[in-house]
Design a protein. Structure first.
Length: 131
């Protein structure tokens, strides 16, 4: 059983990922729900992203119920932060952003990193108490 504080934080992630999936499915391009909200896109790509984001929601739901799954949810979020950071500095993004500011992309990447750190603190703090 996942401890209550960590469980709540993971369930909030489930809610966020479901909202993000719905935004991508409907092409509702707003910051927070869409990291790259102001660059050209194809609607079919966003539908694919929405299905992939549901995988995050399911993983985080499983982690909220079964503590053994938590490290996998944390790893997936860490890979996401690294991946978003790589995109943020990529030539490909520069090309479609046409030199526009990237501060919102970095703020959103930072918010996801902050969420990861919160989850890590809750997870490792719980493990410390058990020892």
């Amino acid at each position: 059983m996942t401890p209550p504080g960590l469980r709540l934080a993971l369930q909030l992630g489930v809610l966020y990922f479901c909202c993000m999936a719905a935004a991508h499915f409907t092409s509702f391009k707003k910051p927070v729900l869409f990291v790259y909200y102001d660059v050209p896109f194809y609607a079919y790509q966003d539908k694919i992203i929405s299905f992939a984001v549901i995988s995050y929601a399911l993983l985080f739901h499983a982690a909220s119920r079964h503590e053994a799954v938590v490290p996998y949810a944390l790893a997936s979020l860490a890979v996401t932060v690294v991946g978003l950071s790589a995109v943020n500095v990529s030539d490909a993004l520069e090309e479609v952003a046409k030199g526009g500011p990237k501060v919102m992309y970095w703020l959103q990447t930072g918010a996801i990193l902050t969420y990861l750190v919160l989850l890590l603190v809750l997870y490792t703090g719980k493990k410390q108490k058990r020892r």
